[in-house]
Design a protein around this ligand. Sequence first.
Ligand code: NAD
Length: 250
Amino acid sequence: MNLGIRGRVAVVTGGARGIGAETARALAAEGVKLVVSDIDLVAAEAVAGEIRAQGGQAIGVRCNVTDKAEVRDMAAAGVEAFGAVDILVNNAGFNKDRYLTKMAETEWDSVVDVVLKGAFHCSRAVLPGMMERQWGRIVNISSRSVFGNPGQTNYSAAKMGLIGFTRALSLEQAKFGITVNAVAPGFVETELMQANPGYPKLRELALAKNPVGFLGAPDDIASAVTFMASERARYITGVTLYVTGGRFSS
Ligand SMILES: NC(=O)c1ccc[n+]([C@@H]2O[C@H](COP(=O)([O-])OP(=O)(O)OC[C@H]3O[C@@H](n4cnc5c(N)ncnc54)[C@H](O)[C@@H]3O)[C@@H](O)[C@H]2O)c1
């Protein structure tokens, strides 16, 4: 299938590793020019360099998505390098798990901020250009944890909030040729998961509970995001695509 996005320009936040890096690679394979954006510039530049080495076009940009000025500069860098930003993947995120009764206010705030305020700042930075050109794609990375995981009140609430954000923004932008969708991954083996102190046990549990009998790879999520970001998905907006191997509950 020709996805019809050759020559488009995408920003992937948190693009330096894991799901974001794989999404950047998948979009580049479709001929999309990439702004690989991350709080970790060295790693973002490494992914951008890898894409260029494969014959694609990409730049690495340092950007903390919770910082409005950095987000504005990052979007401007994309426009300066490639003339526009057509696709935004709001992927930057992390979890700070603790039972609510023990959770520090900073643990609540940082997770809610990176997920929700990050999507707010990044979407606002790129939407005016998309509206002007009457074409755009925003794909928000939510999570299966919206169904509730113990120890993740902050993360589950933020990722569910991102689904509400997706629905509302999709309605605001539909008339401008801009779609806004969410992709909600289940357990995917990335550094974020491996950083969890309970990782081996978590992995075992996730495997036991997974209907398809295996755990997802970053590429499984990247494929779904790339389709949602494509011309072929023009009639899909406001939805959440669960890429979880059939697992929905906690
Ligand atoms: N791995 C999973 O199983 C899983 C499941 C569901 C949802 N997700 C979501 O997918 C997204 C990517 O997760 P991953 O597993 O690839 O994580 P990861 O930790 O491997 O990569 C996340 C990237 O985001 C960057 N980042 C963190 N804070 C940032 C900030 N403030 N500004 C800009 N960049 C920032 C990090 O530097 C890192 O490169 C996250 O939103 C995560 O919540 C992951």
